[in-house]
Structure formats: structure tokens, C-alpha cells
Write a protein that binds this ligand. Structure first.
Ligand code: SAM
Length: 290
């Protein structure tokens, strides 16, 4: 079904106020709402509302709400291509190898080798086909950490397509809580976990950071993987410390080379210690322990 995205760019304070108000406005109709950090240094955030019917009505209601909140950001509208079209456009993407993992689309199943841990991710609306340096870095780090530490209860925060949660479940056969701020991503994550035969291990849940009672229910985790961005990762450091088991590991990515030291400092301030850094295409993946 064709979806329309109604979106506007604004600063962090405004995006949070707009999100809170619109979430209530559209609670009953269930339009998914998402926030994306576009440029953390310039404080530019994008608020998106995904609509399947009556986009004009939703746009008008959103404009009224923003006006009431004195947020002057202009609303833009984008008709999203059908998922099949996206899949078609990505058919040419090559499978990605990271350690023992092979992340591939359904058209590349024959490229799997014996010994590969294959993760099939179909093109969709959620981030995480393995092609990004941050995802590949996390996959490599997951393999190292799981081999050494035998984790038993994991969290994938900012799961996107669930590629990392699926990797953890396939490699370690352990329960993984897979969360994302974006309800579309959580829907895709749930479906991908099921398609990869690890639906019983992966619970997908929509949450901003640690903002859901499910975290208390499922914690403490002995492994947390979070591929978000440097600034939210730094903000989340105290809660990471709260939800990790003593001696547990955290794998962080979405961090540019130049942001590495600041992120490590934020976590050292919460009694984590830095173990290793992997560098890939200008991005770093960190392994820290507490
Ligand atoms: C770079 S993608 C990573 C996807 C996947 N884990 C991977 O490694 O390919 C980041 C994901 O984190 C989500 N996200 C961003 N900020 C978040 C937050 N504060 N809490 C939860 N999820 C967040 C985004 O919606 C997005 O799906």
C-alpha cells in the first residue's frame, strides 16, 4: 500500500514537544511517528508521520498542532514508494560479509557457504542491510564478544531491520530484546526475526531509549548492542550502566572517528572501561565493559 510521509525539520526541543503532542493526537488512528537526528552538531531533527489514508487531513491537523505549539517548521510531504519497488531497486545490492555473518537478500541465497551464519534481510523501510560500516562493525564485534563471553540475555537498542538481534540470536541462541524509536522499524524487525527462524528468541518493541517498562522486566542484560549516533549514545550512558549486569559488555556504533574519545569518556564516567575499537569507513565500533 502506498504510504505518505509528512515531515518537518526542527531543533531537538521542538521535535520532542511535537512528538509528544502528535503521539496523543494520533494515538487512536495509529499513524506511526518517528524522529530522526539529521545533523547532531547543527541540532537538526526530523519528525515524520507515516500515513496510509487521508494525508491531506493529517497534514492539516499536524500543521494546526505545530502552530499551537509555536513551532514554525514548514511541513513537507513525500509519497513513499511501495515496498516492492524498494525491494526491486535494491536487488543489485551485493551480500555483505562481516566475520562469519553473511547478510543477503532473498535473491542471493545461493551465495551462502557452509559455515556462514546467514541473515536474510529484504529491502524495506528500516535501516540495516549490513552495507553500512556501523552495521558491519557491530556484526564483527558481536562475533568476537559472543565467542569470549557467552552472553545469555541481550538487548539490541535501535534495532532497525533487526539485523544485529538476528545475528545475536543465531550465533548465541539467546533471548534478545530488540527495540527502536520507530514503530515501522519494530514491525519490520519482528517480521525479519520470524523470517530468519529466530522469532522465538527476538522480542521487538517500540521505545525511545530505555523508555518502556519492558526494560526493567527483561534486565539486567549481559550484552547491549546499540548502533545509534554519538550524542544519544552519550545521553544514554547512565541508563546503560543501570541496565547492564556487572561484568557485562556494551557494543556501541554510529560514532564517527572524531567522536570516539567523547563517547568513551561518557561511558568511563559511568564506570565502563574501553576494551577495543574497530574502524570501518570513517565510523568506529566500540566494545566497553563494566
Ligand atoms: C543506524 S540504525 C541501526 C539499525 C541496525 N541496528 C543496524 O545496526 O544496522 C539506528 C536505529 O536506531 C533507531 N533509533 C534512533 N534513536 C533511537 C533511540 N533514542 N531509541 C531507540 N531507537 C533509536 C533508529 O530509528 C534506527 O532504526
Amino acid at each position: 500500500m502506498t504510504q505518505t510521509r509528512i515531515f518537518a525539520r526542527m531543533n531537538r526541543a521542538d521535535v520532542e514537544r511535537a512528538f509528544a503532542a502528535l503521539e496523543l493526537d494520533f494515538e487512536d488512528v495509529g499513524h506511526p511517528i518517528a524522529i530522526l537526528e539529521v545533523d547532531e552538531d547543527a541540532d537538526i531533527h526530523e519528525l515524520s508521520i507515516y500515513v496510509e489514508h487521508d494525508p491531506d487531513e493529517v497534514r492539516a491537523a499536524t500543521a494546526r498542532r505545530l502552530q499551537e505549539l509555536s513551532i514554525s517548521a514548514p511541513l513537507e510531504v513525500e509519497v513513499l514508494p511501495d515496498i516492492d519497488w524498494v525491494a526491486k531497486s535494491l536487488e543489485g545490492l551485493k551480500p555483505v560479509r562481516a566475520g562469519r555473518f553473511l547478510v543477503h537478500g532473498s535473491h542471493d541465497r545461493e551465495k551462502r557457504h557452509i559455515g556462514d551464519i546467514a541473515i536474510e534481510i529484504e529491502a524495506g523501510l528500516a535501516f540495516g542491510t549490513g552495507h553500512h560500516g556501523t552495521t558491519a562493525g557491530c556484526l564483527e564485534m558481536i562475533e568476537r564478544v559472543v565467542r569470549r563471553e557467552n552472553p545469555r540475555n541481550a538487548l539490541d537498542l535501535g534495532t532497525g531491520s533487526a539485523v544485529l538481534a538476528i545475528a545475536l540470536a543465531k550465533l548465541a541462541h539467546i533471548p534478545v530484546l530488540a527495540t527502536d524509536i520507530d514503530p515501522i522499524a519494530t514491525k519490520v524487525a519482528h517480521e525479519n526475526a520470524r523470517l530468519n527462524g529466530v522469532g522465538a528468541y527476538v522480542e521487538a518493541l517500540t521505545a525511545t531509549g530505555f523508555g518502556n517498562p519492558a526494560f526493567a522486566r527483561r534486565a539486567p542484560f549481559d550484552l547491549i548492542v546499540a548502533n545509534i549516533l554519538a550524542r544519544p549514545l552519550m545521553r544514554l550512558a547512565p541508563q546503560m550502566a543501570r541496565f547492564i549486569l556487572p561484568g557485562g559488555s556494551v557494543i556501541l556504533s554510529g560514532i564517527l572517528d572524531r567522536q570516539r574519545d567523547a563517547v568513551i569518556s561518557a561511558y568511563v564516567g559511568q564506570s565502563f572501561r574501553h576494551i577495543t575499537t574497530l574502524h570501518r569507513e570513517g565510523w568506529v565500533t566500540l566494545h566497553l565493559k563494566r
